[in-house]
Design a protein around this ligand. Structure first.
Ligand code: NAD
Length: 362
């Protein structure tokens, strides 16, 4: 009895502290579906966010993840200037064992019942094939395969956004955004990392790469003329820019102490181990940090384009807008002497508030 009370209290505490508009618990005995859809804010448009399938140890952990991630999507859409709100969904289960066509389609029916207030896409543990199943039951899904009219791989768009974020930071520090002669350390040369290396090398930047995958290292190194460095050495390099494109939380007290770069701008999600502490630490150390959720918004832009029916050219133009958005964040950070991640949050919150007032006046 007491454990039930604790659980209930913590659920409602969490809901009120995150400020969600709607949280839907989906359960289906026939398929074993257990999912939570969180719609955080729809002021700017329908809540768009991926569906993550993960073997969460507890339901509370799944709920916390979906509430946190959906709120993050609200900020991401707002700062990028998209007419989208923030949402996210989690399916509780092992994505290698518990998936089936029926489960995904049942889940698609739950999405359909939300009448377009939530639109989903691929995320950790789900694939374009899963999106195809969901689409059999609802039109509120993006990231379906290109062969079915979808927008395809978002990585080149994400890389373009990161590249523009890097350029905006370089402009701030050096007065020009030309990258020739600048040195960049790219950590992780997967889908996004490789595209980024390509763009950087096209502008004659000196590029260092690290990865845990030896084969990819030799492939990317010989294809683009990038220098391979040991994974353990990446934080000690004397470079202008560090671009984390592998894992989250690589910016912590230990690594920030080592870094010699003047700019950090990469694709990885949640780069700051602690947003408050490490955002401020970077400001104090004089390192310009391009907020991850702004400059890696290419994936979201790709989904937005798919819904809006935009061409690839238009999608890339939207990714290019990340340059001006980053410039605005850097300007605000400088004028108010606040960390760039805080400046980005403030700009996102202001946009939502302005549009909320505008809509109330209709
Ligand atoms: P990916 O899986 O294709 O590439 C990740 C690369 O990092 C792989 O080559 C992997 O070997 C390497 N890696 C893993 N652990 C490492 C370590 N400890 N040190 C160095 N390298 C390591 O992923 P991706 O699609 O290129 O995405 C990269 C990052 O950007 C991820 O954090 C992802 O969440 C984020 N992101 C991606 C997109 C997108 O459009 N793909 C959008 C937004 C954010």
């Amino acid at each position: 009895m007491s454990s039930i009370q604790i659980e209930e209290k913590s659920v409602f505490n969490q809901l009120s502290s995150f400020g969600h508009q709607k949280v839907v618990f989906c359960s289906d005995a026939d398929t074993g579906l257990r999912a939570i859809i969180a719609v955080h804010d729809t002021t700017l448009g329908p809540a768009l966010g991926g569906t993550r399938m993960w073997a969460y140890k507890t339901e509370a952990e799944a709920l916390n993840d979906v509430l946190r991630l959906s709120r993050g999507m609200t900020y991401k859409a707002a700062i990028t200037g998209l007419n989208l709100g923030g949402g996210k969904a989690v399916i509780i289960g092992d994505n290698r064992k518990d998936k089936s066509e029926a489960l995904m389609r049942r889940y698609g029916r739950f999405i359909n019942n939300l009448n377009g207030s939530f639109i989903t896409a691929e995320d950790v543990g789900t694939t374009p094939k899963d999106m195809e199943y969901i689409r059999m039951e609802t039109k509120y899904v993006t990231g379906v395969p290109e062969s079915l009219g979808g927008s395809g791989d978002p990585s080149p768009v994400t890389a373009k956004g990161v590249f523009m974020g890097i350029k905006a930071c370089v402009k701030e520090l050096f007065g020009t955004d030309k990258l020739a002669g600048k040195s960049v350390a790219v950590q992780g040369i997967g889908n996004v990392g490789e595209s980024l290396v390509h763009l950087l090398r096209e502008e004659n930047a000196k590029v260092y790469i690290s990865d845990i995958n030896e084969e990819r290292l030799s492939y990317v190194s010989s294809k683009y003329g990038a220098e391979v460095v040991l994974n353990t050495d990446i934080y000690d390099l004397d470079v202008d820019i560090y671009a984390p494109c592998a894992l989250g939380a690589t910016l912590n007290s230990n690594t920030i102490d080592k870094l010699k770069c003047s700019i950090i701008a990469g694709a990885a999600n949640n780069q700051l181990a602690d947003e408050t502490i490490h955002g401020r630490l970077l400001l104090e150390k004089g390192i310009l940090y391009a907020p991850d959720y702004l400059i890696n918004a290419g994936g979201l832009i790709n989904c937005y384009s798919e819904i809006a029916g935009f061409s690839k050219k238009r999608t890339m133009q939207l990714a290019e807008n990340i340059y001006e958005a980053t410039r605005s964040v850097l300007k605000k950070s400088k004028s108010e002497n606040i960390p760039t991640n805080e400046a980005a949050n403030k700009i996102a919150e202001k946009r939502i508030e302005d549009i909320r007032k505008l809509k109330a006046s209709y």
